[in-house]
Write a protein of this length. Sequence first.
Length: 128
Amino acid sequence: MEVEEFEKKIDKIKEDAVKNILSHFNRINDKLFTFNNILIGGYFAISRIYDDINIKIIMIPLINLIFLIFLEYLMMEKSRKEASVDELGLDEFIKFAENKETRPTLFSSLAIISTSSVFGYFVYLLIF
């Protein structure tokens, strides 16, 4: 009896951990969206302050914004599949189960890296 209760507690901890990962991803993604929007303004400003920088440079944070929106779409699709997991076929379920743990971490990492790169290039433009 105690073993079953212990296993239920472990399963509950695992379930809560997965929910926390998604919650943290959503918080990080919201902050990255906000920061990227600030960078869009910064790129506009830098293109107006320095004569040798073309306005087309604004495409860099805009492309990153599209990337962030795409990542958000992928996370929405993941949640949609989780909501209808009982309707998936066996092959789809196996594929879904294999990717369940790593995808949010990978997406979060990619979003952080891309936004950091946009910021790094912005700082480079300011310094040089």
